[in-house]
Every structure is written in structure tokens, then in C-alpha cells.
Design a protein around this ligand. Structure first.
Ligand code: HEC
Ligand code: HEC
Length: 322
């Protein structure tokens, strides 16, 4: 009975929407919340200090000290995403283990909380250390709340947690969308722009394979650093459109092919483990070798420079004797 009522209400809303759209000469998807607010909130979630162009307080976020598994520190720890995850599931999702594990909860379950409760949570009530009001305006906190309530997507049924591959993605449809909207900047093979990921410069395909959730969040809501990039949510893309593009991007050359499977959550060596440490796999082995070559090359150049310098001094001394 209740279901039937809701069904009819939905049909009526859709018809009303179509009529209004028809009358204005444009049929558009009618969303109850301005998409711009969701996008704004999503970007603040990604990196609010970058979005606002403000400096962060020194040191790590006070809550960061409650965990010791994740070795990041400083600026990164002030981002919502660092604690709550690109899949919005926190410890219950992709960061349930490995280097990114913190044990902190996600925000996905909180999407059903009343807006007033979410505003309180972001204003440090009940947890005074979770107070973002000194840094974010009321409007920004409202945008974050709108994003949490309207923008977060549950990908658990669509991305395999182990292989990180899209489940049931339409690669051909993704290719069409990619060619139309993305290839101009990212290149047909996704290699034209590279991104910093876990201390390395990676291509779009490599990111798609290693962190599909970050790929999706940023394809849907954009990147603060690239205001010129088209935004899925504003283009009117559905959640599935995003996954289809992701599925296609995962087929592009990623540079990860020789490995049998992409590295699992947190299996990548943490950046702190790298410098000076023994080579842990082929890539770090090659890097170590290159490092050694670079060091000896640098030494040879230094020695050469020194010799030339001594020669010049000798020549100068001989000349000034005359
Ligand atoms: C340094 C880690 C950290 C950062 C940064 C952080 N949070 Fe949290 N957040 C937590 C922890 C831990 C909790 C669990 C409750 C508590 O102890 O405060 C939490 C709780 C929440 C909850 C409630 C979850 C629930 O299910 O009850 C929401 C919503 C939330 N955070 C949103 C945000 C947003 C939005 C931002 C960015 C402005 C943010 N958080 C930044 C650590 C963090
Ligand atoms: C107008 C040029 C342009 C277009 C078109 C464009 N992008 Fe981007 N994209 C960028 C730039 C610039 C960056 C940021 C590079 C950086 O990190 O500084 C970026 C970043 C990204 C990132 C974030 C990578 C990271 O670091 O996490 C993803 C994902 C992405 N683009 C996907 C897409 C997809 C999918 C499309 C098509 C819907 C698209 N882009 C279209 C220019 C563009």
C-alpha cells in the first residue's frame, strides 16, 4: 500500500517534471538539490584547503594521533578523504587494511542522518576534536552535508574489492564517453597528463586500476587543481556512466601489465619504507640501480669539475707569474 503510494507520487513527479521541461522547451533531469552544492561539497571533502586556497594549521589533525597504522602526517591528515576514504566506507571499505588503514569510520552510513546532526558533527559535537568550524564557513559545512546526504555512492556491488575491476561495466559505452569528453586533455591512451599517486607519477589508466574509487569521485565531481575539467555530475552523468568510463580506462595501457594482479590495498611499500631500503620488487630494484648510476654520475661530474677548477688555478698562477 505504502509502496504503491510512493510509486504513484514518483510517476506524478516525473510527469510534472516532463511538463515543466517541455514548457520551457528543454527536458532536463529535475534534481531536488542543486548539483553545484553536491559538487562543491564533494570537492571540499577531497581537499578543502586546496578548494579554498587557505593554509592549514601546522602539524597533523588532532584526531590523527588516535591511530598509528597510517604513516601519513601533516597536510594530508586534514582532508576528510584521508580519514573517511574515496569509497566513503572508511575502515569498512578499500582502506579496511594496508597502509591507508586508520580504523576510522566511513561517511556512507551517516548519509541517512538528519542534516542538523551532520552539521553538529562537523562543528565538534559530540567530538570536540572533529570541529571544522574554525576553518569552514557555515555555507561550506552545509555543502559538505549536502554532499554526504545526496552525493555519496555505494560502489560495493560495482567494484571488486580485491581485483579493483569494475563489475558489469559497459566498456564500449565508456569508450564513447571517454573519446567525447576526456581524450582531448588526457590523450586517447590516458597518458597525456600524469598524477601523483602513492609517491609516483602515474597515468590515468594506472590510477583507474589502482584506485578506482578516487577515479570515480574525481570524474564525478572534478578536481580542485583542474577547474577546466568537465564534471560528470554537471554533465548529467549517471553513476553507471562514471563506472563505464572507469571500466574503459582500466583497459588502457597502465604500465602495470607485467604484474599478474594490481597490488592489494596497502601492499605497496609505504613511502617511508623506500628511501635507502633494499629493493623490494623489480620496479624499486630498477629505481635503486638508476639511483646508484645517478649518484656515481654525479660524483664523476663533481670530480671533473674539481680537476678543471685546479687546472684553471694553475694556469692563472703561471700567467700571473709572468
Ligand atoms: C583526522 C581524521 C578525520 C578527519 C580529517 C575528518 N574526520 Fe570525520 N570522523 C573521524 C572520526 C574518528 C569519526 C568518528 C567519530 C569521532 O570520533 O569523531 C568521524 C566521524 C564523522 C562523521 C560521522 C560518521 C558516523 O557514521 O557517525 C561524519 C559525517 C564525518 N566524520 C565527516 C567528516 C567530514 C565531512 C570531514 C572533512 C571536513 C571529516 N569528517 C574529517 C575522523 C576524521
Ligand atoms: C580540459 C581538460 C580536461 C578534460 C577534458 C578532462 N580532464 Fe581530467 N584532468 C585534467 C587536469 C588538468 C587534471 C589534473 C592534473 C593534476 O593533477 O594537476 C585532471 C585530473 C583528472 C583526474 C584525477 C587524477 C588524480 O590525481 O586523482 C581524473 C580521475 C580525471 N582527470 C578523469 C577525467 C575524465 C574521466 C575525463 C572525461 C570525463 C576528464 N578527466 C576530462 C584535465 C582534463
Amino acid at each position: 500500500m505504502k509502496k504503491l503510494g510512493m510509486g504513484w507520487t514518483f510517476v506524478l513527479i516525473v510527469i510534472a517534471g516532463l511538463v515543466v521541461g517541455y514548457q520551457t522547451g528543454q527536458v532536463r533531469a529535475q534534481t531536488p538539490v542543486p548539483t553545484e552544492d553536491v559538487v562543491w561539497g564533494a570537492r571540499l571533502y577531497d581537499d578543502w584547503s586546496e578548494v579554498k586556497g587557505v593554509a592549514l594549521p601546522p602539524g597533523s589533525h588532532p584526531i590523527w594521533a588516535r591511530q598509528s597504522t597510517n604513516t601519513l602526517s601533516g597536510a594530508e591528515t586534514w582532508r576528510c578523504v584521508t580519514c573517511h576514504g574515496w569509497d566513503y566506507q572508511g575502515k569498512d571499505g578499500a582502506w579496511g587494511s594496508g597502509a591507508n588503514y586508520t580504523g576510522f569510520p566511513g561517511i556512507y552510513a551517516a548519509r541517512t542522518l538528519p542534516a542538523a546532526t551532520l552539521i553538529r558533527i562537523l562543528n565538534g559535537n559530540p567530538d570536540p576534536e572533529h570541529d571544522f568550524s574554525p576553518y569552514l564557513s557555515a555555507a561550506e559545512i552545509q555543502a559538505l552535508v549536502t554532499f554526504i546526504r545526496e552525493g555519496v555512492v555505494d560502489e560495493r556491488d560495482y567494484i571488486d574489492l580485491v581485483s579493483r575491476k569494475v563489475i558489469r561495466g559497459d566498456v564500449a559505452h565508456g569508450q564513447a564517453l571517454y573519446t567525447q569528453t576526456c581524450a582531448a586533455c588526457h590523450g586517447p591512451d590516458g597518458r597525456k597528463i600524469t598524477f601523483r599517486y602513492q609517491g609516483m607519477q602515474v597515468s590515468l589508466a594506472s590510477l583507474a586500476v589502482q584506485d578506482p574509487w578516487r577515479f570515480l569521485h574525481r570524474t564525478r565531481f572534478g578536481v580542485a587543481r583542474a577547474p577546466e575539467m568537465p564534471i560528470g555530475a554537471i554533465l548529467g552523468w549517471s553513476a553507471q556512466d562514471g563506472r563505464d568510463v572507469l571500466a574503459y580506462a582500466q583497459t588502457l595501457p597502465s604500465g602495470l601489465e607485467p604484474q599478474v594482479t594490481p597490488p592489494l590495498a596497502g601492499r605497496e611499500p609505504t613511502p617511508a619504507a623506500l628511501p635507502g631500503g633494499p629493493a623490494q620488487n623489480l620496479v624499486t630494484g630498477i629505481l635503486t640501480a638508476l639511483g646508484a648510476i645517478a649518484t656515481s654520475l654525479g660524483f664523476a661530474l663533481l670530480l671533473g669539475g674539481l680537476l678543471v677548477g685546479i687546472l684553471l688555478v694553475v694556469v692563472w698562477m703561471l700567467r700571473s707569474r709572468k
